[in-house]
Design a protein. Structure first.
Length: 127
């Protein structure tokens, strides 16, 4: 069956989601300024901004992302992530539904993860 999201919002709490150039362009195209939705981290990457402990685009009352169709690529494949230290695709066990991720889900996410890595300048990484 594959990954089943229960809309708990845990992935939107204290997010550190890196934004690709295409993510930034897509969200700016919605009328949001970069300074509204992103912060530049010490590693030089832009990441989603947190407000009141959650992603700026997360509506805690509705438990949903207000830009869901335009959300960042990393959000689209979460809880599947790329571990740069271990150089592998893995599942973030902080997600309470991580156990529902299948090998098929990981295979479907592979091309998106490869795109994210290319956009961020990690051309030498093989996924």
């Amino acid at each position: 069956m594959g990954f089943r999201c229960i809309r708990c919002g845990r992935c939107c709490q204290e997010t550190e989601m890196i934004l690709t150039p295409s993510d930034i362009a897509r969200i700016e195209g919605l009328g949001y300024s970069l300074t509204y939705f992103a912060v530049k981290s010490p590693d030089g990457f832009y990441r989603l901004r947190n407000v009141d402990g959650h992603c700026v685009f997360y509506d805690p009352e509705e438990r949903r992302c207000i830009i869901y169709p335009w959300r960042p690529l990393g959000c689209r494949v979460y809880p599947i992530v790329y571990d740069l230290d271990r150089r592998c695709i893995t599942v973030d066990l902080e997600c309470p539904m991580a156990y529902t991720v299948t090998e098929e889900d990981i295979e479907r996410a592979r091309s998106i993860i490869a795109r994210i890595l290319r956009e961020l300048g990690f051309y030498h990484v093989v996924v």
